[in-house]
Design a protein. Structure first.
Length: 88
């Protein structure tokens, strides 16, 4: 019985850790792309925050530090409550 519980615990631990790696890998991609996008931003923390929100929602970030929003229509079309572009 002890070996069964130990095996079950080990399988659960492996499954949980593999799920965590997949989840964190997605945010790592957004972090790196937003780091490039916000490299020249005046308010870096705000740029990274909104870029991260947009990246998670749209699954893409335009290339370069400014413009090129035609590369990612979802990113381009997200608006804030005032009707301005939400994504940097």
């Amino acid at each position: 019985m002890k070996s069964f519980l130990a095996t079950l615990l080990l399988v659960c631990l492996v499954f949980t850790s593999s799920f965590f790696e997949v989840t964190s890998a997605g945010s790592g991609i957004c972090d790196s792309k937003c780091g490039v996008r916000c490299a020249k931003a005046g308010f870096m923390d705000r740029c990274l925050k909104y870029c991260g929100i947009c990246c998670e929602k749209c699954k893409c970030v335009p290339s370069g530090t400014y413009g090129n929003k035609h590369e990612c229509p979802c990113y381009r079309n997200l608006k804030n409550s005032k009707g301005k572009s939400k994504c940097p």
